[in-house]
Write a protein that binds this ligand. Structure first.
Ligand SMILES: [Zn+2]
Length: 275
């Protein structure tokens, strides 16, 4: 059943979008953009051998900056985090989604999350959550943070394997400076999560909340806000499979040399999320 922290993703197109730089177009036509010079690359953007093959601008125009060769940083809305927690095992096995008895739209989003998870296994997608994830319960509940914390920590542990550096703080552990403005959402956890994702330098914020997707109006540093299905569709259409298709192969590409498979140590923490 859809949980109470999210609304089902209905298969309707976005309308009234006046901020193309902040949306991932469901028609999979991407806006080209360049990150402003003020963009600070942090450890979440660094190429690492442990992370495995990343994602190159020439292969994914509009998704990441043209001159970018690095991990794809994807911030998760809480509804996606909960999907991972509740349905992770089914997602990983890649079958049994229909049997969950969910709506067509929800099933499609879960299938897309399964695709992203399978790409993540062998590519450097960095799934992150930000501090507001620990306090975004709709109703105040003293146990909420305690229940959410193991999931957030598991994502942080998976990230540490990808960094290859256990001393680096995950985005969930440090306060995030705001670098933009959001004007379409009510003053809410949704707005905070989007602004934190932008502040930390995520390329995307994925959510199953269609209302958020329709309303969000972001200024400042580019951040795509998309359904899991939009991102998965784009990556697959661009030729990404679990085994390749994400890097450009140019001579000066950091992934041009034989890149080893990622440190599969990252798998275990994420799998531990699955209930
Ligand atoms: Zn490249």
């Amino acid at each position: 059943m859809p949980n109470d922290e999210s609304r089902d993703a209905a298969p309707k197109p976005q309308t009234g979008d006046s901020s193309p730089s902040s949306h991932l177009d469901p028609g999979l036509s991407f806006q080209h953009y360049a990150l402003p010079l003020t963009y600070a690359r942090t450890v979440i953007h660094e190429v690492s051998y442990e992370g495995g093959p990343g994602f190159c601008g020439p292969v994914f125009p509009g998704l990441v900056p043209d001159d970018y060769h690095g991990p794809l940083v994807v911030a998760l809305d809480s509804n996606v985090l909960i999907d991972l927690q509740e349905h992770g095992e089914v997602l990983l096995e890649g079958e049994g989604l229909e049997e969950l008895g969910l709506s067509e739209g929800y099933t499609r989003e879960l299938a897309a999350l399964a695709d992203l998870l399978h790409i993540w296994l062998l590519h450097d997608i960095r799934f992150i959550v930000t501090p507001r994830s620990l306090t975004d319960a709709k109703k105040p509940n003293p146990n909420f943070a305690e229940r959410r914390r193991p999931t957030v920590q598991a994502l942080a542990d998976a990230l540490a394997f990808q960094y290859g550096d256990w001393t680096a703080d995950p985005p969930s552990a440090t306060e995030v400076a705001r670098v933009g403005q959001e004007s379409g959402l009510p003053d809410s956890a949704d707005r905070d999560l989007v602004l934190e994702a932008q502040g930390v330098g995520a390329h995307l914020f994925i959510t199953r909340d269609v209302r958020l997707l329709e309303r969000v109006q972001l200024s400042g540093r580019p951040l795509h806000v998309s359904l899991p299905s939009t991102l998965a569709g784009f990556l697959i259409q661009a030729g990404v499979s679990p085994f390749g298709g994400s890097t450009c192969g140019a001579v000066d590409c950091p992934y041009a040399d034989d890149m080893p498979a990622p440190d599969i140590g990252k798998w275990q923490p994420l799998f531990s999320i699955f209930e």
